[in-house]
Ligand binder design. Structure first.
Ligand SMILES: [Zn+2]
Length: 424
């Protein structure tokens, strides 16, 4: 063991300083030509990208639309790089072409609007942003759109504290979670108000959903279970951490571990790699248990006044309950609290092109369903009614954003008043 005296430490310190100065000088000498070379490489890469974008565009001009659209990403990439480099005139033309090849690329559209705006064409920027604004499903995109269109939201929902119920009255309070898109909360609130009458208020306080209750390993394990050769006599020899196997008792992590053991035994490198990739993907899939959220909501929003508030939290995260892989929503059996998820309705998750109207319709149907349960109205069997049970998104889409006669009567009774309008 070396003993450092202060004297030596001082000496070493000056040595370090010298080394550091030398490194700095050397670094500068080396860095200058390197930076130049980097710049040249970068300029050459951009020139190549622009040339590629030009050839894709030529395909389009020659009428090979499908082929050109397939490579439309090159035009978007060229436009983005040109914009980053401040070559706005060139970027404008590339974005114009990108818009024709890839009209659903909202990121490119909004960058196009930005370039137009910076070039002094505010009207052009407003027009492009307006196209996105009509369809976009996220607060982030809508805020960007509004920065160009200057659209002002029409009549937001009143805060719940302004519409608290009087004695015997029931109002609906929509509660956001942290990442809930507020435009959607507002839009569905207006829909529910129009369909159920009465008053709907927006709760300002955000509900903390807590940590997710499970991840995608549940589904991965279920999948793996089907491929594991349980009846193979050699399986009897497999031990997991020294324990004998009882397939039905294995949890998701153990099933995955078992698969890893089997693949390792076979020296199946490719299989192990694929499994690791699937586990990593499964860890990114997060779900919250609906029945866990309801007590949190109740604790955060106790019933205090004379009437009753049906607190309904709108969440962007995926929910499950009991043995179900997922649920769109849930309500407390004793009433007053409901949770609705729009995770499986949103284009960002379904892979559909965004369409805000569709998202509003889907979410409103689920709200009517869950609010109905929170009010004690039984499940509905009319396939066209908003409150009938959908076993898929397709079935959910096939329903009307309206209630059948029975549900209308049930809700009117529970709310103690007539519902507006009626279905022809
Ligand atoms: Zn019904």
């Amino acid at each position: 063991m070396r003993i450092h005296t202060t004297g030596r430490a001082g000496h070493r310190s000056s040595g370090r300083a010298r080394d550091w100065t030398l490194a700095l000088v050397l670094g500068l000498v080396l860095a200058l030509p390197l930076a130049g070379a980097d710049r040249e490489r970068e300029t050459a890469a951009l020139a190549k990208l622009v040339a590629d974008a030009e050839s894709v565009w030529r395909l389009a001009e020659q009428g090979q639309t499908v082929e050109a659209a397939r490579h439309g990403g090159v035009i978007v990439a060229a436009a983005d790089r040109l914009r980053e480099k401040g070559r706005l005139e060139e970027a404008r033309e590339q974005y114009r072409r990108a818009g024709l090849m890839r009209p659903w690329d909202f990121g490119a559209k909004l960058n196009h609007a930005d370039v137009l705006f910076r070039l002094g064409d505010a009207e052009g920027a407003r027009k492009i942003a307006g196209q996105v604004e009509r369809l976009a499903e996220t607060d982030r995109e809508l805020a960007l759109c509004a920065s160009f269109t200057k659209r002002i939201q029409t009549e937001p929902l009143p805060p719940l504290r302004d519409v608290l119920p009087g004695s015997g009255e029931i109002v609906i309070g929509l509660v956001p979670a942290a990442a809930t898109d507020r435009w959607l909360l507002q839009a569905v609130g207006r829909q529910v108000e129009a369909l159920l009458g009465g008053r709907v208020g927006a709760v300002e306080e955000v509900l903390d959903l807590g940590a997710p209750n499970r991840n995608g390993r549940v589904f991965l394990a279920a999948d793996l279970r089907r491929t594991i050769p349980w009846d193979d006599p050699r399986m009897g020899m497999v031990r997991l951490n020294g324990e004998q196997l009882y397939p039905e008792k294995l949890g998701p992590d153990q099933v995955i571990e078992l698969m890893r053991t089997l693949l390792t035994r076979e020296a199946n490198g490719k299989g192990l790699e694929a499994l690791a990739a699937r586990v990593a993907a499964a860890d990114k899939v997060l779900q919250w248990e609906a029945t866990n959220i309801l007590p949190r909501l109740r604790a955060a929003q106790p019933q205090t006044g004379q009437g009753r508030v049906i607190y309904t939290v709108l969440v962007p995260v995926d929910l499950y309950a009991g043995g179900a892989d997922f649920v769109f929503g849930s309500a407390s059996a004793d009433g007053g609290y409901a949770v609705v998820s729009y995770a499986r309705f949103a284009a960002v998750n379904t892979g559909e092109p965004p369409r805000s109207e569709r998202l509003v319709a889907r979410t409103t149907k689920q709200l009517l369903s869950s609010i109905g349960f929170a009010l004690g109205v039984p499940r509905c069997g009319d396939p066209g009614c908003a409150r009938s049970y959908p076993s898929s998104l397709a079935e959910h889409d096939a329903k009307d954003v309206a209630l059948c006669g029975d549900c209308r009567a049930g809700l009117a009774k529970a709310l103690g008043r007539e519902l507006p309008g009626g279905r022809e």
